[in-house]
Ligand binder design. Structure first.
Ligand code: HXC
Length: 514
């Protein structure tokens, strides 16, 4: 009888805490177009799989009217569950409880579940919806953030860390997502900034809305802080599920292999690149023509679109694609494209995901803006990332491979395992026009018809150097291949690279050009 009573009391206690900030606060949350923290977790995880811990944790603050103030779950829900059968750790800040603000106990619930994820080798998903450091707690809140950042760093490259921004993520709170692997944002809901509009107005006298300062689109398109952008919370949760299905769940494992499916993209791979080498095209079509089932999960789609990165599968195994995008800026490499690719290459390397590089670019972007923005430092990140990576690395030169970009896009010289080139590939120090103007300047200037001479010299240069055969004659390209052979050769290259064992000199760590 007593046990029954106790069980009933437990159920009542749980029901009260599970209500979070109560009906009024939940109404306000829903009126803002937001799901509650609990609903978000339940919608993301497999039905019935969520198990919650630390439901009854309470804050210990006694100042500023906090003595005896009840904060259910201390404003954050933590636990474990599964996504399509894969075990994960999760936490979701509950904005209905004091704005999801982070005090020390709230932070300790988060660090406890993070420790669990690291120990048990599971992805850790954090749903952020918070007014930041709980102002009443002062240093306790700051300590809590520091403890989270430390764990983000320790777990980096060991387990996947995913941040979902479903509300405000203000002040120092933004640095946890920034330290994690993938940041998801939702239109009209996500807001990320270090200093809010009020502070900006006070200090700088500038008026700006939260949306324009750090809304979803800002981070998906301009800052590059976000990796996935969705129009609704449900779309965002679906994106997370897809990502989880593609990535390994720790650096000790490979991603789950699925039944391979042939590409279903209707266009022939031979018809994607236009006959005129100056015409752009969408390199994602080449990826669709190569990847299993023509499926490709693009990462950072809206930021630095001159390079395309993302995950697909080959023969059922996850691979990372890095591809220049001739549709934007001719696929040139610039500061942002270098940052975007370098980080993705390091992700793939950390998690044992082979990298397929598709190359078609005229080199690094020239200009004062880029030089002053640090294209030397940023560009070097790609060289570092490819050179450092020990996973299988295969490159296909589709068309242009010029200058420093040729080296940077996983060339043989940086350790590519297999280098293929299509027959129309142009591999040279610079584009034929630029090259002819420099090395034949005298002949062109002295010619009666300068234009005709320039054209002749450009043609000479193309025939001599802008083709794949010079590089192939030196062994820098392993095979000049037909587009239709590409998938088969990639599958074979990945198959024979399965036991790749590549060592780097022992060191504490390198000093990449961060
Ligand atoms: C304590 C907070 C809070 C906070 C919100 N609340 N943020 N309580 N500490 N940081 C409380 C509010 O008082 C309110 O309580 C409830 O949460 C809901 O907040 P509202 O303001 O009513 O919601 P809304 O209008 O939607 O505005 C949301 C907001 C705003 C934009 C996030 O609350 C806000 O500007 N908060 C402060 C943001 C901030 O400056 N944070 C500190 C950043 S510094 P009641 O009782 O009225 O319901 C920082 C340093 C970390 O984080 C450094 C780490 C290195």
């Amino acid at each position: 009888m007593t046990l029954k009573k106790n069980i009933l009391a437990l159920r009542q206690k749980k029901a009260i805490v599970e209500k979070g900030g109560g009906d009024k606060a939940i109404e306000k949350q829903v009126a803002m177009g937001k799901m509650t923290a609990r609903d978000r977790i339940l919608a993301l995880l497999d039905a019935g799989s969520f198990h919650e811990y630390d439901l009854f944790v309470e804050h210990e603050e006694r100042n500023f009217g906090m003595d005896g103030k009840e904060l259910p779950g201390d404003g954050v829900i933590t636990g474990t569950g599964t996504i399509n059968g894969a075990p994960i750790c999760i936490y979701a800040q509950d904005f209905t409880v004091m704005g999801g603000s982070l005090g020390l106990k709230h932070a300790r619930k988060i660090t406890k579940i993070m420790d669990h994820a690291l120990k048990m080798k599971m992805p850790c998903i954090g749903i952020n919806d918070s007014g930041g450091a709980r102002i009443q707690e002062g240093i306790g809140a700051l300590a809590g953030y520091g403890e989270i950042f430390y764990r983000n760093t320790m777990a980096s490259g060991v387990i996947p860390q995913i941040s979902v921004i479903l509300g405000p993520c203000a002040g120092g709170a933004v640095y946890s997502p920034a330290l994690t692997d993938f940041v998801f944002v939702v239109e009209n809901i996500s807001k990320m900034f270090i200093t809010g509009p009020n502070v900006i107005e006070t200090v700088l006298g500038e008026k700006i809305s939260q949306e324009d300062l750090g809304g979803a689109r800002v981070h998906a398109e301009i800052t590059g802080n976000a990796h996935f952008y969705a129009l609704s919370e449900m779309e965002c949760l679906d994106q997370i599920k897809e990502l989880i299905s593609l990535i390994p769940h720790s650096n000790q494992f490979k991603a789950v292999k699925v039944e391979p499916k042939e590409p279903s993209f209707p266009k022939s791979i031979e018809n994607i690149i236009p006959a005129d080498p100056k015409q752009p095209y969408d390199v994602r079509e080449v990826i669709y023509a190569l990847a299993d089932d023509s499926k490709f999960l693009e990462v950072q789609e809206l930021w630095a679109p001159n390079i395309v990165i993302g995950f697909g599968r080959m023969n059922g195994d996850t691979v990372g694609f890095v591809a220049n995008q001739p549709m934007y800026l001719a696929g040139v490499l610039d500061c942002d494209a270098s940052d975007k690719a370098a980080r993705f290459i390091r992700y793939c390397d950390a998690f044992n995901i082979p990298i397929i590089t598709l190359e078609d670019m005229p080199g690094y972007l020239p200009g004062v803006d880029q030089e002053h923005a640090g294209v030397i430092r940023h560009g070097a990140k790609m060289l570092y990332a490819y050179s450092e990576a020990t996973v299988a690395k295969v490159t296909v030169i589709l068309r242009k491979a010029y200058g420093g970009g040729y080296i940077a896009m996983n060339s043989r010289h940086l350790g590519a395992d297999f280098m293929f080139a299509w027959p129309g590939a142009e591999i040279a120090v610079m584009g034929p026009e630029g090259a002819a103007n420099i090395i034949f300047r005298k002949e062109i200037m002295e010619a009666e018809d300068e234009d005709a001479m320039r054209q002749q010299k450009v043609q000479e240069y193309i025939e001599k150097f802008a083709n794949p055969y010079v590089a192939a004659s030196k062994g820098y390209i392993d095979a000049v291949i037909e587009p239709l052979e590409t998938r088969e050769l990639l599958l074979h290259a990945l198959e024979v690279s399965k036991n790749k064992d590549d060592y780097r000199p022992a060191k504490k760590h390198g000093i990449p050009p961060f």
